[in-house]
Design a protein around this ligand. Structure first.
Ligand code: GCO
Ligand code: MG
Length: 405
C-alpha cells in the first residue's frame, strides 16, 4: 500500500489546528494532528517542504521504519516542530493500518486493558466559589475527577481561567501578538490553599481533585505547595516547576507525598527518562501530537510502567480531536493508564470539521469499535475557517521579569 500524497491543512474554528492527510494508492487514507500552539506554520513548512517529499512511494504499513527514518535519519533529532510533524504522520499511518485491518487501533496495540476511559474535567472560575460551583456541576454530571483553577486575587488576569468566556474554544482566536500576563507567587499561595480547603469542605472526599501550576514555581516553592496541599489529597499536582533540569524534581519529591505530574510539552522519552526512572513523578502527561505520535507515546508508556508511573495524556483544547482519538486507543490499551484530561468536545465548527462518535457518559468515554482512529476530517468544512495567527501569553513577574511557563 503505497503513500501517494500527503496533504497539510490549517484551519481555525476558534483556534488553529494543523491536520495531515496521508493518501494511499489503495484508496485508504489516514489523518494526524500536528498542532503546535503558536508555531503552527513552522510545522506546516516542515511537513510540506521537508517530510512529505521523502515519503511518497513508501509502504504505508511500515510505521516503525518511517518513524525511525524521520527521527534518526534527519540528523537533527527531537524538537517540538520536528516531533509534531513526525507525530501527525505516525497517527495517520496507524489510522491507515487500522482501516486496512478493519480494526480499531487499540486492537493493533495489544487489545483492551479496560472497558472505559476515565476523564478529569476542568473547573476554572473567577472566584473560589465560582470554581467550586463549576466543579459541583461536573460531579452532578457524573465526573469522578475535576481540575480546580481559580483567578488569583490582585492579579489582572490568571492564565487558564475562563472569565466571561463560555469555553476554551472561544479563547484563542484573538491573540495576533502574545499578550503578557502578570504572576505573583505570594498572591497565588494565599488563594490556592483556600481553594482546596473550601473545595474539600463543600465537595467531600469522594471526588478526585487536581491542580495545574503551569510551571510558575521554583522547586522549593513547589515542595512547599505540595506539603501545604497534602491534607486535601490531590490526585496530582501538575507542572509545579519546569524540569528542563530533571534534578529539580528531586527537591520537590524529597519534601512531599502529593503526587506529581508533568510532561505536556515533552517531545521524546529523553525529557522524562530520569523523572520516570528515579520515580520523581507519578503521572506522565506527554501527548501523542507532541511526543512523536502513537509510536512515541507507546514507548514512553511502556517505560513508565516499569517504574509505577501512570499515563495522563494532555487534553487541552489546542490538541485536535484526532489527538483525542489517538489518546483513546492508547488509554484503552496501556496497562498503566491513569486518567485523561478532558475539556469538552468543542464547538459546532470543530465537530463539523472533525466528525466522530466518541461520547462521554458518567465522566468516562466508552470504547469505540470503528476501524482506525475513529475520527474523520472534512476538508471543505475546514476551508471555511482559515488560519489566524495566534499566540500563547507570556508570563512576567510584577517587576517585569519574564517568568516561567
Ligand atoms: C493543560 C495545559 C494547557 C496548556 C496549553 C498550551 O494542562 O491543559 O496546561 O492549558 O497551557 O495546552 O498550549
Ligand atoms: Mg497543563
Amino acid at each position: 500500500m503505497k503513500i501517494e500524497e500527503i496533504k497539510v491543512f490549517v484551519c481555525s474554528p476558534g483556534r488553529n489546528f494543523v491536520t495531515v492527510k496521508v493518501m494511499t494508492d489503495s484508496g485508504i487514507y489516514g489523518i494526524g494532528d500536528a498542532t503546535l500552539n503558536g508555531r503552527e506554520m513552522a510545522v506546516v513548512t516542515c511537513l510540506e517542504e521537508h517530510i512529505a517529499p521523502c515519503l511518497i512511494g513508501r509502504d504505508a504499513h511500515d510505521i516503525e521504519d518511517i518513524w525511525q527514518y524521520l527521527y534518526k535519519g534527519v540528523y537533527w533529532r527531537k524538537g517540538p516542530i520536528n516531533m509534531a510533524a513526525i507525530a501527525a504522520i505516525d497517527m495517520a499511518l496507524w489510522d491507515i493500518k487500522g482501516k486496512a485491518a478493519n480494526m480499531p487501533v487499540y486492537q493493533l496495540l495489544g487489545g483492551k486493558s479496560r472497558t472505559a476511559v476515565t476523564l478529569y474535567a476542568h473547573a476554572s472560575g473567577d472566584t473560589i466559589e465560582d470554581t467550586i460551583d463549576k466543579a459541583q456541576a461536573h460531579i452532578d454530571a457524573g465526573f469522578k475527577a475535576v481540575r480546580l483553577q481559580a483567578a488569583v486575587p490582585g492579579l489582572e488576569v490568571t492564565y487558564g481561567v475562563l472569565g466571561d468566556k463560555k469555553d476554551y474554544f472561544e479563547l484563542q482566536g484573538n491573540r495576533p501578538l502574545p499578550p503578557e500576563e502578570p504572576w505573583s507567587t505570594q498572591k497565588y499561595f494565599t488563594m490556592v490553599e483556600d481553594l482546596f480547603k473550601q473545595a474539600r469542605a463543600r465537595l467531600g472526599n469522594n471526588v478526585h481533585l487536581l491542580h495545574d501550576v503551569h510551571s510558575r514555581l521554583t522547586p522549593i516553592e513547589s515542595a512547599r505547595l505540595g506539603k501545604l496541599l497534602e491534607p486535601y489529597n490531590l490526585l496530582f499536582l501538575e507542572d509545579a516547576s519546569v524540569a528542563e533540569n530533571q534534578e529539580n524534581y528531586k527537591v520537590i519529591r524529597h519534601h512531599t507525598t502529593t503526587p506529581l505530574a508533568i510532561g505536556e510539552t515533552y517531545n521524546t522519552i529523553w525529557e522524562c527518562k530520569n523523572l520516570i526512572q528515579d520515580q520523581l513523578i507519578d503521572y506522565i502527561r506527554a501527548a501523542a501530537t507532541h511526543a512523536g505520535g502513537i509510536t512515541g507515546l507507546r514507548r514512553i508508556a511502556d517505560f513508565a510502567n516499569i517504574y509505577n508511573v501512570k499515563t495522563a495524556p494532555h487534553g487541552a483544547p489546542d490538541l485536535s480531536p484526532i489527538c483525542f482519538a489517538a489518546h483513546m486507543h492508547l488509554n484503552i490499551w496501556a496497562p498503566n493508564f491513569g486518567i485523561q484530561e478532558f475539556v469538552g468536545f468543542g464547538n459546532e465548527q470543530l465537530n463539523e470539521i472533525f466528525p466522530h462518535r466518541y461520547e462521554v457518559k458518567n465522566g468516562t468515554v466508552a470504547i469505540l469499535d470503528a476501524p482506525g482512529l475513529g475520527v474523520d476530517f472534512d476538508e471543505s468544512a475546514a476551508q471555511k475557517y482559515p488560519y489566524k495567527r495566534s499566540y500563547l501569553p507570556v508570563s512576567r513577574l510584577e517587576d517585569g521579569t519574564v517568568w516561567n511557563w
